[in-house]
Structure formats: C-alpha cells, structure tokens
Ligand binder design. Sequence first.
Ligand code: HEM
Length: 230
Amino acid sequence: MKVSDRTYFTLKRLHSLTGVVPVGLFLLEHLWTNARALQGPEAFDQAAADLARLPFVVLIEAFGIWLPILFHMVLGILITTTAQANLGKHGYARNWQYVLQRASGILLVFYLFYHTWALRFAGGYLTSSSPYHYVNEHLANPAVMAFYVLGTLAACYHFGNGLFGFAIHWGIATGRGAQNAAARLGLLVFLALSALGLAALLGFRGLRLDFLQKPHAQEHGTIVLSGGSR
Ligand code: HEM
C-alpha cells in the first residue's frame, strides 16, 4: 500500500509519541508495581488488587495500553522490515543503537504476546487466589525466567534508547552536544530500569530488600504513648 508523504510523516510522529505516551509511561508504572514483589506476597497482591479495582479498568487497559501498543508494534514491524541495516557501513555507536532498537522491538513482539497471554489472559492466572504465588511458580521454570530477563532487558533498552530517538525526532535535542547528552540519559534510563525490573523478577522468587525500607514500613500493633506531665 502506498501512503502520501504527509500521511507517512503523521504516522511516524504518532509511532514516536505512542512509544513514550502511553506505552513508555505504562512500562514505568508496570515495573514500579512489580517492585512491590520485593516487599513480599501481601504487598504485591495488594498492589495488584488496587489496580484491578480501578474504575473502568478494562477500558483503561484497552484504550490506554493494548491499542497504543498494537499500533506502535504493527508500525514498528513495518519500519523494521523496510529498514536499511547500516552496521557494515560505519560501525559507529549510533548505528548499533539503530540496529538494537529494531532488534529489541522484534524480540518484544514475541515477549509481549507470551507475557500478556500468560499473566493477563490465561485461565489459571485469572482464577488464582494470589497473583504473587502464581508468578512465583511461573518463573520457577528456568527457561521462562530466562525469557523474562531477556524481555525485561529488551523493553528497558528499547525505551531508554527510544527516548534518545524521541528527543531527536521531536527537535528536543538538535546540536551534537544535546544529542550526546540525550544518548547518555537514554543509557542511564536503560540501566536504572533494568536494575528495577530484574530486582522485581528476583522479588517474585523470594528476594527481599527490607534494609531499603524505613522502619515505619514494618507491621506493628497499636503504639501507646506514655509520658509524664511537666
Ligand atoms: C515495551 C514496549 C515498547 C516501548 C515502551 C516502546 C517505545 C519506543 C520509543 C520511546 C521509541 C522512540 C521513538 C522515536 O524514535 O521517536 C520507539 C521506537 C521504535 N519502536 Fe518501540 N516501543 C515498544 C515496543 C515496540 C515493539 C513491540 C516494536 C516492534 C517491532 C517496536 C518498534 C519500534 C521501532 C522500529 C522504533 C524505531 C522507529 C524509528 O526510529 O523510526 N517497539 N519505541
């Protein structure tokens, strides 16, 4: 199908925008919620229940997450399959970024379908009494865990490096200095989100980081204050 230059430009802009809002924002929220697993089964199950109880939650998911991801994914596949790989020509860091952006996107197609089916639509998950324990058993299979590690790293790289592309495409980083800064920021986002995402995966397998909690996070009974009068 042929599209006019103007339509192509608009679609590219929409593709770029959906990568950050709402898909990128959803990724941030998702990794943050998953990090509740580091505080134990009750904390994660409570966070999952809070989300499930949001008003109109299925509409929010459909129009705020699934449709935008599907749009970004379909256009992403078209962009990738018509792309000119330029690694052999230069081998500069930017060319690697270009190739890795597309390779991580393709890996995400498989990962997102598998992950969404397994932990959003599979009957066993929907009827499980504890989402935490369901995910705990799901990740007990080393092959599944390896795929989640790969998928998490791919999503974090794709989003971090995507922010760099976004800054260029929307004219936010124009000069060489600004583009280098955007590339460094993208790398930082990738590393920070990867640490958060991988820690959350280990949280589902029992890792606790209680030393990072403030004392008031612990469960305690009624506190009785007593003291004399002055
Ligand atoms: C976790 C899910 C995803 C997030 C958060 C995400 C985010 C982003 C962001 C922020 C960009 C940068 C936009 C720009 O360069 O202006 C981008 C670019 C891109 N995404 Fe995604 N994306 C996701 C999934 C996918 C999937 C599944 C594909 C399928 C192939 C894909 C393919 C692409 C491609 C090809 C580009 C580069 C576009 C270009 O340089 O013209 N993305 N993505």
